[in-house]
Design a protein. Structure first.
Length: 203
């Protein structure tokens, strides 16, 4: 089960809380609690959204800061008594997945989000172009800090520059959902058109 289009730690926490409630209900009902799931956090869209809206020294830093903040929330949840109880009953953690990990800024490293987001118990969905670039010249950077590192300081610097991360997260999620809906409708229209053509050919 993939819970996708997450853009902030608050959105992630809401998703993982819902997942955990479902697991707890399965445990209470005597059902198998092993439900494999990921929570997909979109990263590079943050930096694309604020390009030109913050000082140059902050360029391509917001997405990684949001990821660090979310990773802290993830690690905090994994060691919480509530999660430990579910794990002891046989549940598996909903793993944190980094999505939108291809670099959008042509001036930035083409492996920026791969190097920066290396962390235990996470998944990184890497575009083929980015994967080949990393195989050629990429190196794993420091492991993401469980305490969030400099995340709050970086996000505060963006706030000082006029970037409201909560509002931007909501905007990005809405835009992403609209894009998914459009893609789905386009797919259905394509299927309908081809089906009509095949029916006409067979007549």
């Amino acid at each position: 089960m993939n819970v996708t289009l997450l853009f902030s730690s608050a959105q992630y926490i809401a998703a993982v809380e819902a997942y955990l409630r479902g697991i707890e209900r399965r445990i209470a009902a005597g059902l198998d609690p092993k439900v494999r799931s990921v929570a997909s956090m979109f990263i590079s869209r943050w930096d694309k959204a604020v390009t030109g809206k913050a000082p140059k020294e902050l360029q391509d830093r917001l997405g990684i800061a949001i990821a660090k903040r979310t990773y802290k929330a993830y690690r905090d949840l994994l060691v919480s008594p509530r999660w430990k109880k579910a794990l002891d009953a046989g549940a598996q953690p909903q793993r944190l997945l980094w999505a939108s990990a291809g670099t959008k800024d042509p001036r930035a490293s083409d492996v920026l989000y791969i190097k920066a987001l290396a962390a235990p118990d996470t998944i990184n969905t890497i575009p083929e172009k980015t994967l080949l670039a990393f195989a050629d010249h990429g190196e794993v950077g420091e492991i993401l800090p469980v305490d969030g590192g400099d995340a709050e300081a970086v996000i505060a610097a963006f706030a000082k520059a006029g970037i409201d991360d909560e509002k931007l997260a909501a905007d990005l999620q809405r835009e992403g959902a609209d894009s998914f809906v459009k893609s789905w409708k386009d797919l259905l229209d394509c299927i309908e058109t081809k089906s009509a053509a095949l029916a006409g050919a067979a007549a």
